[in-house]
Design a protein around this ligand. Structure first.
Ligand code: NAP
Length: 294
């Protein structure tokens, strides 16, 4: 039995769909019963902050997808390290044989945003005695439909990326890699740096959005300070907004532009292009880009 945490998120949903399609026994950990029912698989209602619910969810589980939200809550406290360490410890107690963790591209000690948190969790997992594989994905294409702060009020793309290109990845490809690692031969102790197939600047992304939406989307380039102010005005926690702004400004140097072969190596097929992503999510994107306050 595979337990999928973060099952209602951008990676969890396609992963659950894929495992169900392949007839693999899968259980989802969800916070909301209605969301669990909608997934169409076995589910347990629980919360990362309720250790007893994690223990219950892990009963009879031999493989675990460890994944949760990366954004900081409005109070600015990052709960992910505490939460995921607790899950790792519970997985060891429950006799879980294999853990696949979703981390982040450039996870590093003391890193901003989720980078430092993921580094700390990775270290805990590696020292746990559990068999592990780690996925370090680049920025999600899904950020353009779910991420706050990607668009101005009049529907233009906004950021502090300058001319820096990013090899964004579709979460469906991350899910496909996770499925391979959970169900295929063990790849114990390996870390996979996951990217999409091409690096795009945000001007190029705005051009692709324009073509997909049938209207002109401009890329509005901000300084890191203006970007942080814009994010705070949209309700993001100030520390999170500041970290996002500084990190995106750092991308201007091209550090997130490299592409890797990991998706193809793990799944046997090329990662999806941005155009393919836009075609698959046209309705959600159109609704968000035309009415960004939704
Ligand atoms: N966004 C990016 O570009 C990017 C890039 C690389 C790596 N990452 C990493 O990828 C991971 C997923 O990213 P995301 O933020 O975009 O995820 P997401 O798709 O928003 O999914 C988060 C999931 O975690 C669940 N969750 C949150 N808090 C929970 C709690 N207390 N107890 C149980 N479940 C909880 C959510 O359930 P509900 O439906 O109940 O809310 C949801 O299923 C993060 O670790 C992030 O750091 C993100």
């Amino acid at each position: 039995m595979i337990l999928v945490t973060g099952a209602t998120g951008s990676i969890g949903r396609p992963l659950v769909r894929r495992l169900r399609r392949d007839g693999t026994a899968v259980r989802a950990l969800v916070r909301d019963e209605a969301k669990g029912r909608a997934l169409g698989c076995e589910f347990v209602v629980g919360d990362f902050d309720d250790p007893a619910s994690i223990v219950a969810a892990l009963a009879g589980v031999d493989r675990l997808l460890l994944n949760g939200a990366g954004a900081l809550p409005a109070d600015g406290e990052q709960p992910m390290v505490r939460q995921q360490k607790t899950i790792i410890d519970a997985a060891l107690d429950a006799g879980v044989e294999r853990v696949v963790k979703v981390s982040v591209w450039h996870a590093a000690e003391g890193g901003r945003l989720a980078e430092g948190a993921h580094w700390e969790i990775e270290r805990h997992l590696k020292a746990s005695g559990l068999s592990w594989s780690i996925l370090q994905p680049n920025g999600f294409m899904q950020n353009f439909i779910t991420g706050q702060g990607s668009f101005t009020a009049d529907g233009n793309l906004v950021g502090a990326y300058g001319d820096g290109a990013v090899s964004y990845i579709d979460c469906a490809d991350i899910a496909a890699c996770a499925a391979t690692l959970l169900t295929g031969p063990p790849r114990d102790g390996e870390t996979f740096l996951l990217s999409g197939p091409q690096a795009l600047t945000h001007t190029q992304i705005a051009e692709k959005l324009s073509a997909a939406l049938g209207r002109t989307v401009h890329y509005v380039s901000l300084t890191a300070d203006d970007m942080a102010a814009a994010l705070i005005s949209q309700g993001l926690a100030p520390r999170f907004a500041d970290d996002v702004a500084v990190l995106t400004q750092g991308l201007a140097s091209g550090i997130a532009a490299p592409t890797t072969t990991a998706v193809r190596d793990l799944t046997g097929r090329a990662p999806r292009t941005f155009d393919e992503f836009l075609a698959a999510h046209h309705e959600a994107l159109a609704a968000l880009a035309w009415a960004p306050s939704r």
